[in-house]
Write a new protein. Structure first.
Length: 368
């Protein structure tokens, strides 16, 4: 075989200065990669967890993310996978009674207790000696970061054998776009109106579920976005190789709640990562072990201006002060997580936290 024939199409195109970011489908991108580099979705015999008939909005990042994540988990589990799903958009749009779009054993828990239900399933399987069957728990940011957090922490702490996936669309979308603890500062929701001196969601509130998961020192924690579907599938595959509690926090833009174009879901997810507002990383046993580097740092305004939930920052002369604070939050993440080429997370400690006094002018910024 000649040296040229030995090389993958991807390697050749990289040498030509071209990179293909979307390689998940049968069309175009999938065919440009070598067989082993293609995504689960590009395989004609791929598993299919979430199929036709669901009622998600056009461009729904949650529907896309769930399909990719669960198809990858199904493949890793050899088709033997059970999912527990919290109340929320994903549950509602996929299972309007008496129909269901799920092609795997799937149970709707309450809003608060998907991690506990998943733990119970894992315990029952262990009692039956069925370690070949794997378990996924999943829910939105409200179900995970707010009302389900105690159940999730218990699942981590008991070391239950569950992969939990949070689909973070940064608000309670199913019930009409109310604020959650994952709603970013400055964003408008039905309960954080763009009025007064501090329009939109407050700065300095909320919480980072990935960092909370990391603090439990569980075997696997990762963040991902629907802009990098290869990365998402690879992370699910790695998580499925591990036993014990695992946590995946997936950013899934919501055109309805974010006021974005359905056709820009992937672009917006990419800008969230490329601006530094949403750090993409992977952690093993409580230590960050890999971060997805930013290719070209994008000013946060490029991300914000595509979403009507931030329209008040650009109207009537604009709110440069708020945009500056959001830019500072992104810059802080870039330093803290070592998101640029050649840099590393700030400290080798658990959270990569800034040293005392460092970046203290950026207080109130929020991590992912
Ligand atoms: C105890 C309880 N409180 C409130 C509700 C109503 N409720 C159902 S889904 C939901 C919001 C879901 O938000 P999130 O978890 O972020 O999922 P999303 O719809 O955004 O995907 C709420 C408030 C409920 N079902 N149970
Ligand atoms: S409201 Fe948002 S999360 Fe819910 S189905 Fe529509 S796009 Fe998806
Ligand atoms: Mg939500």
């Amino acid at each position: 075989m000649s040296a040229a024939a030995d090389r993958s199409p991807q390697a050749e195109r990289r040498d030509e200065g071209l990179r293909f970011y979307q390689t998940g489908t049968f069309a175009v991108g999938g065919r440009l990669l070598a067989e082993h580099q293609r995504t689960v979705q590009s395989q004609p015999r791929r598993p299919s967890s979430l199929t036709k008939g669901h009622r998600a909005c056009q461009g729904c990042g949650e529907a896309l993310g769930a399909r990719y994540a669960l198809d990858a988990a199904l493949r890793a589990a050899g088709g033997r996978l059970i999912a527990a799903n919290a109340t929320g958009c994903l549950e509602v749009f996929s299972s309007p009674y008496p129909e269901s779009s799920w092609q795997l054993p799937w149970i709707h828990s309450l809003f608060a207790n998907a991690p506990a239900v998943a733990s119970g399933i894992a315990a029952a399987l262990r009692a039956k000696g069925r370690e070949d069957v794997r378990v996924v728990g999943q829910g939105g940011d409200g179900g995970t970061v707010d009302i389900g957090l105690a159940c999730l922490s218990g699942m981590f702490e008991r070391h239950d054998d569950v992969l939990y996936i949070c689909y973070d669309n940064q608000a309670y979308m199913n019930t009409g776009v109310q604020r959650s603890a994952a709603t970013p500062p400055g964003a408008r929701t039905a309960t954080t109106e763009p009025l007064g001196g501090h329009p939109g969601n407050d700065f300095g509130q909320g919480k980072s579920a990935p960092l909370i998961a990391l603090a439990h020192e569980i075997p696997y924690v990762a963040t991902a976005t629907v802009a990098e579907l290869h990365d998402l599938e690879a992370k699910v595959a790695r998580a499925m190789e591990i036993r014990g509690p695992r946590y995946l926090h997936l950013l899934v833009p919501c055109p309805l709640g974010w006021g974005s174009e359905p056709s820009e879901t992937i672009l917006i997810a990419r800008l969230a990562k490329e601006s530094g507002l949403f750090p993409v990383f992977e952690a093993i046993d409580g230590a960050i072990h890999a971060v997805a580097k930013i290719r070209r740092q994008v000013p946060v305004r490029e991300y914000l201006r595509r979403q009507r939930r931030y329209a008040h920052l650009f109207a009537d002369g604009g709110r440069e002060d708020v945009i500056d604070r959001l830019q500072a939050a992104a810059d802080r993440n870039i330093v803290r997580f070592g998101l640029l080429e050649g840099s590393a997370p700030l400290a080798g400690d658990l959270l990569g936290a800034p040293a005392p006094g460092e970046l203290d002018d950026l207080s109130g910024a929020q991590a992912p």
